[in-house]
Design a protein around this ligand. Structure first.
Ligand SMILES: Nc1ncnc2c1ncn2[C@@H]1O[C@H](COP(=O)(O)OP(=O)(O)OP(=O)(O)O)[C@@H](O)[C@H]1O
Ligand SMILES: [Mg+2]
Length: 256
């Protein structure tokens, strides 16, 4: 077993998963702590490529659709699939990028998810760090496949509903006995004055607080302009917050 680190982001729709993951990637690249990094956009309604300014030619779902016939039969599942997966990985500045996308026609993502599982198994030996931006809500946890252990960060925005979703995620993980080693709650778009309130709600959820990112005008402006989040100014407060969190999450002694 290699010592690949997995950090996954989950939470209610719009709660800040993609933004937080992008901030983590940005902080990780600035600190230069992992050599081989893979970012997986596991949200079928993907928009991570905008926040990371990297575009892949094809999603894994599209590739699977296109090559479906070839993939039928026992011999194909191994080698061919492996090649297709590696072909759909994009190469960014300091990280690789895989967009899961979705298959069309059946309305079911089962094939993508079983492939996700394979990709993750493959990547264990290929990458030092895998960051995963999950789709909103809790359904992907029930599919079990593609849920690596290690660290899960559940994002919450200033809405009670996002804490309800966090509670449901926590309960489901317990029910399914998913082997996450560490689960945290992360606040997004909170006002500093709401810190005590946030901590209280996190306690109700029963999850350790990782940190709280304030509403950030630079992030909002970049979103409106369609600009990526890897180019935030060096003194951006959200980056500084995430850099501090990262120091706790990945101490220098654990870096590669
Ligand atoms: N700290 C912040 N300051 C300002 N705006 C933010 C902040 N965090 C997130 N946003 C904005 O909130 C919106 C939702 O954030 P984001 O897309 O990261 O959520 P998500 O959980 O990934 O959503 P989805 O479920 O649709 O994938 C976006 O417009 C984003 O720019
Ligand atoms: Mg998102």
């Amino acid at each position: 077993m290699s010592d690949t680190r997995f950090i996954s982001f989950s939470g209610k729709g719009g709660s800040g998963k993609t933004t937080t993951m992008s901030l983590f990637l940005s902080a990780i690249l600035r600190r230069n702590i992992f050599k081989e990094i893979l970012v997986i956009d596991a949200d079928p309604d993907a928009n991570l490529s905008e926040t990371l300014n990297i575009h892949v030619e094809t999603t894994l779902g599209e590739v699977l659709d296109k090559r479906k016939k070839e993939l039928e039969g026992p011999a194909a599942a191994g080698t061919k699939l492996r090649f297709l997966i590696w072909d759909s990985i994009g190469h960014g500045n300091g990280f690789d990028f895989l967009v899961m996308g979705h298959t069309t026609g059946t309305g079911c993502y089962c094939s993508v998810n079983s492939v996700l599982n394979e990709v993750l198994v493959e990547t264990v030996t290929m990458y030092d760090l895998v960051l995963i931006d999950f789709d909103a809500g809790i359904e992907h946890f029930s599919r079990r496949s593609g849920n690596p252990s290690d660290t899960l960060i559940i994002t919450c925005d200033p809405s009670r509903l996002s804490f309800d979703t966090a509670k449901r995620i926590k309960r489901l993980i317990e029910e399914l006995a998913l082997p996450y080693e560490r689960q945290f709650l992360m606040g997004c778009r909170f006002d500093q004055n709401q810190k005590a309130l946030f901590n209280g709600l996190a306690e109700e959820v029963g999850l350790e607080v990782l940190g709280m990112i304030a509403y950030d005008a630079e992030i909002a402006t970049k979103n409106l302009l369609g600009e990526d989040l890897l180019s935030l100014t060096p003194d951006n407060p959200s980056i500084k917050t995430v850099q501090g969190i990262l120091k706790q999450l990945v101490p220098d002694s654990e870096t590669i």
